[in-house]
Ligand binder design. Sequence first.
Ligand code: DCM
Ligand code: DCM
Ligand code: DCM
Ligand code: ZN
Ligand code: ZN
Length: 265
Amino acid sequence: WGDDGHYAVCKIAQGYLEEETVVAVKKLLPESANGELAAVCSWPDEIKKLPQWRWTGALHFADTPDYKCNYEYSRDCPKDWCVTGAIFNYTNQLLSASENSHSIVHYNLTEALMFLSHYMGDIHQPLHEGFLGDLGGNRVKVNWYNQETNLHRVWDDMIIDSALAKYYNSSLLLMIQSLQAKLKYGWSNDVRSWGSCQLNQIACPNPYASESIDLACKYAYKDAAAGTTLGDDYFHSRLPIVEKRIAQGGIRLAATLNRIFSGKP
Ligand code: DCM
Ligand code: DCM
Ligand code: DCM
Ligand code: ZN
Ligand code: ZN
């Protein structure tokens, strides 16, 4: 996602944190966040082009083999170097520190929190598990209405931008409020299952990646070959997918942070 998608994922997550988690998160946030997790959720994108952070670039996605439309950790996350591996890794860093406060802390836990929060958003963007051959849609040139762009950017930013302009008076906070209302009144029965992990696991990103490539094949790549002009039909049928993925990202980030900091799986 772009800045707005990440802001929305983290703002939604904030509303589902347990009290212990709120306290632990506040201790780890940098001063500049003013106590708001959402304020730092784009930080991994801000730093990824700097030489000393270039190693983090591949941790934003887990591309999958062309046209297979499925995801496998061992195949698609070589040496744990992908978004799924990064979610396991930063969860483990936060967990080891929160379980054993006497151990010498080797990790920068502020960074771990910001990476985990960002990558939990990215894994829910269907094209972050897109095809290797087109770099998750980055090499699929399309027009978004009359603007030249690529399919990846359509899903990171353009669908959200168009929704803000068309339905939310250009206010991201209004769009977030609408997602919060959907979570409360429309998706209320799904929230518990979205947040749960199998078998006492603390983080369970693999199913999220599988969902993403399934959605990428069924909705993102569908009717969007290179050279296509995407407009109202594509926008209206795909916006509900984008909204649900942002909401799921928020619920799952909150649930994961709650498991990390509450001591109960
Ligand atoms: N905001 C936004 N898009 C972003 C980040 C923030 O629309 N990518 C909005 C939400 C807040 C305001 O800007 O109302 C100030 O945000 P912050 O909490 O980052 O100061
Ligand atoms: N794993 C881990 N740290 C990583 C990558 C993976 O601890 N950086 C672990 C967590 C999972 C397993 O490896 O239990 C692989 O995931 P799964 O068993 O869900 O396929
Ligand atoms: N991306 C991806 N798969 C790739 C390369 C990039 O999903 N193989 C994502 C990461 C960013 C966006 O595409 O969200 C643009 O990448 P970059 O900023 O590295 O150009
Ligand atoms: Zn992206
Ligand atoms: Zn990212």
